[in-house]
Write a protein that binds this ligand. Structure first.
Ligand code: ATR
Length: 285
């Protein structure tokens, strides 16, 4: 029952643009499922207004927020306390108030790992070698997570050498970068292949690579989830490899924020996934 003396806790997703975000669908599902009074809305905030918006977050009635493109880096400097992961990523996606201070975390790393744990149990048992396509913010979170799970070699394959060299420098000798011409050699010793580029996403050029060099036991993961079955995942399935789509990363990264704001730990269930799958198939964006 709602206590009239206590305002309904309210959170939001801050981005620009933000109309496409499916986070309200995820948090709305959990609020209803758990029978909690709460609200989760979208806030389209232009970069030049971000600092003012964050400074007035509490005044606006928010107990916290998610943060998406293009604000993930800037918001880190606006929070009063940043988690170790957020500092390592140089970016945050989850904000909440604790003891009067605005805290920031980056839950993409935990979301990435939890998705693989759920969809490909034992995926990290062999450890060893991973190949990561791309060298943007998502690749940084993926590499950080893989190192935390004991991968000893990570091949970073990216178009712009400058960006992959920057990640190599940030993460140390376990990470080696190469251009696309080095892909076949990297794949031949890869236990886990992760696409973090936008290639293969609806409206983007396709990701066309030859998966033949991968060992038969390799797991292939695409963090892209529109479409749910990307060309990469289709090709991997055709080769008989285990595959994991990117939807679970979106769902799992949302869990810590919900727990901070609304006080209960939500679950990523097949029912929730089915709602998102239906929406993605309907909208195709
Ligand atoms: P995110 O924060 O989601 O990682 P990003 O920083 O824009 O997004 O990174 C996008 C990634 O997709 C980059 O690795 C980018 O390669 P570059 O660093 O060379 O730009 C990669 N990417 C995007 N379009 C690409 C294309 N047409 N060909 C090859 N790589 C592409």
């Amino acid at each position: 029952m709602t206590d009239p003396a206590r305002p309904v806790p309210k959170a939001c997703i801050i981005g620009h643009p933000v109309a496409h975000s499916r986070s309200p669908m995820v948090h709305g599902f959990w609020l209803k499922e758990l029978g909690l009074a709460g609200d989760y809305t979208r806030e389209d905030v232009r970069p030049e207004n971000l600092a003012r918006f964050i400074a007035s977050l509490r005044e606006r009635g928010y107990v916290g927020a998610n943060v998406t493109v293009p604000h993930k880096e800037a918001v880190l400097g606006l929070a009063e306390v940043a988690s170790e992961t957020a500092r390592a990523m140089g970016a945050a996606n989850t904000l909440w108030f604790e003891n009067g201070l605005l805290h920031a975390d980056n839950t993409d790393v935990a979301g990435f790992l939890a998705n693989l744990d759920e969809r490909a149990p034992g995926w990290d048992r062999r450890g060893g070698t991973a190949t990561v396509l791309g060298a943007g913010g998502a690749a940084r979170a993926v590499v950080y997570g893989l190192l935390a799970r004991g991968f000893s070699t990570i091949h970073l394959v990216n178009r712009s050498r400058e960006r992959s060299l920057a990640l190599e420098a940030a993460f140390g000798p376990a990470v080696t970068s190469c251009g696309w011409e080095g892909l076949d050699r990297a794949l031949s010793e890869t236990n886990l292949l992760v696409n973090t580029t936008s290639l293969g996403m609806a409206g983007q050029p396709p990701l066309v690579i030859d998966l033949a060099p991968l060992p038969d036991t390799a797991v292939v993961h695409d963090i892209v989830y529109i479409p749910l079955t990307t060309g990469l995942l289709s090709a991997a399935r055709a080769r008989g490899l285990a595959t994991v789509d990117g939807l679970g990363m979106l769902l799992h990264q949302a869990v810590p924020g919900f727990a901070h704001w609304f006080g209960r730990m939500p679950s990523v269930t097949e029912d929730l996934r089915a709602i998102l799958v239906r929406d993605i198939e309907r909208a195709k964006v």
